[in-house]
Design a protein around this ligand. Structure first.
Ligand code: PMP
Length: 437
């Protein structure tokens, strides 16, 4: 048995998980919809890795593009120099993005995309001579990565409370999860759009001229697949526009077809001023993220009167050749296989399958949109998260990978999923729910 019994060296959070130390869950290979475990079992991937492998695993086109690139040009400086693949990728990304987005800032992760977008928003107002707009608004239950800006605007208190002050001047909108009014709703809930008006209250408190940006996930993914109530995003947009506040959509999960269109902005018909993305940009294969900006914002950030000489922004690995090659092959795969339209085409089948779990033991809510979904379980009194975690373990033993967050089981399969896979995924989950306490 070559399995390590102490994983603390490379994956910190698991050090606290004794069960994991005893029975490490190791993936050693993957192919399209399946992982293979260290004990030789196939596991159906119900989560696209960590919401990232949207084209499925080990796609030869992407693997070969990386191999070819690394043999040809391993690295090129990101400043003053360049290489063609980064420009090709930026062009492709802009082509597939909604119309107002013309510029791309490459990063290496979702967290870095968030930091970059927040910096751009702050600098934009100054460059436009709009003074000290330094306040930022996030939302409860928002997840924006683990760096300083991201945890400041993020809405998960446990992720920030041990770090002291963090960014000054951050407020959080209320989250949009209204379980007393919205249960077992297919798609977007009807109730809760008025929660966006809380932004007006925050504006009244501080003055709109002090607020740089509002950042939200159009659909909160990793905190439990919380869909925006109908009209909510539009209301946020209108209030931001009225007060000259930039609106940032964090599309690290919703980008690249998850909801059936390139970005959620398109799906919901609401255009933000900046979009952050990562994960699906390279099919999760190589770390890379990006911020999409309109021409006006890009020009102000790069050429604003105060910044033209002083400002430096960029990462050593921004748009590096290997990630860019992976990104290009990924975007080509999405286009050649029509994977975004495929997600849209499967959305109803997915919704029917998920909602067939209604009435099974412990199930208190089911949510779906595009090819993402969640099944919320009644928590065990005094032991929150325990029930969902035992469902996760049993599901894994039965050969499916789901993800848990609190008492919520979340799923976001690769967009190449077939109907039979959906049946297996949901059928296995049904068995699990009947078997757990
Ligand atoms: N924003 C959102 C909406 C995310 O879902 C995530 C990752 N789950 C991040 C940011 C952070 O991305 P990364 O882990 O690549 O830093």
């Amino acid at each position: 048995d070559t399995r390590p019994n102490d994983l603390s060296a490379f994956w910190m959070p698991f050090t606290a998980n004794r069960q994991f130390k005893k029975e490490p869950r190791m993936f050693v290979s993957a192919d399209r919809m399946h992982y293979r475990t260290s004990d030789g079992r196939a596991v159906l991937d119900g989560t696209a890795g960590l919401w990232c492998c949207n084209a499925g695993h080990n796609r030869p086109k992407i693997v070969e593009a990386i191999q070819k690139q690394v043999a040809e040009l391993d690295y090129a400086p990101a400043f003053q120099m360049g290489h063609p693949k980064a420009f090709e990728l930026a062009t492709k990304l802009v082509d597939m993005a909604p119309e107002p987005f013309e510029h791309v800032f490459f990063t290496n992760s979702g967290s870095e995309s968030v930091e970059t977008a927040l910096k751009i928003a702050l600098a934009y107002h100054r460059a436009k001579g709009q003074g000290e707009r330094t306040r930022l608004i996030g939302r409860e239950r928002g997840y924006h990565g683990v760096n300083f800006g991201g945890i400041s605007v993020g809405g998960i208190v446990t992720n920030r409370k041990m770090f002291g002050t963090l960014l000054n001047g951050v407020d959080h909108l209320p989250h949009t999860h209204l379980p007393d009014r919205n249960r077992f709703v297919r798609g977007q809930p009807e109730h809760g759009a008025e929660l966006a008006d809380e932004l007006e209250r925050i504006v009244a408190l501080h003055g709109g001229e002090t607020i740089a940006a509002v950042i939200v996930e159009p659909m909160a993914g990793s905190t439990g697949v919380l869909l925006p109530p109908k009209g909510y995003l539009k209301r946020l947009r209108d209030i931001c526009t009225k007060h000259g506040i930039l609106l940032i959509f964090d599309e690290v999960i919703t980008g690249f077809g998850r909801l059936g269109s390139s970005f959620a902005a398109e799906h919901y018909g609401v255009m933000p001023d900046l979009i952050t993305c990562a994960k699906g940009l390279t099919n999760g294969v190589i770390p890379m993220g990006a911020v999409l900006a309109t021409k006006e914002i890009h020009d102000a950030f790069m050429n604003g009167p105060e910044h033209v000489i002083e400002l430096f922004h960029g990462y050593t690995y921004s748009g590096n050749p290997i990630a860019a090659a992976a990104g290009l092959a990924t975007l080509e795969t999405y286009a050649e296989e029509g994977l975004f339209a495929r997600a849209a085409g499967l959305a109803d089948y997915w919704a029917d399958a998920l909602h067939s779990l209604k009435g099974l033991p412990h199930v208190v809510d089911i949510r779906n949109e595009g090819l993402i979904g969640a099944v919320e379980l009644e928590p065990i009194e005094g032991a929150p998260t325990k029930r969902a975690f035992s469902a996760f373990l049993k599901a894994y033993d039965k050969g499916i990978l789901v993800r848990t967050t609190g008492d919520i089981i979340a799923m976001s399969p690769p967009l190449i999923i077939e109907k039979e896979h959906i049946d297996t995924l949901v059928g296995t989950l049904a068995d699990v729910l009947r078997q757990i306490d």
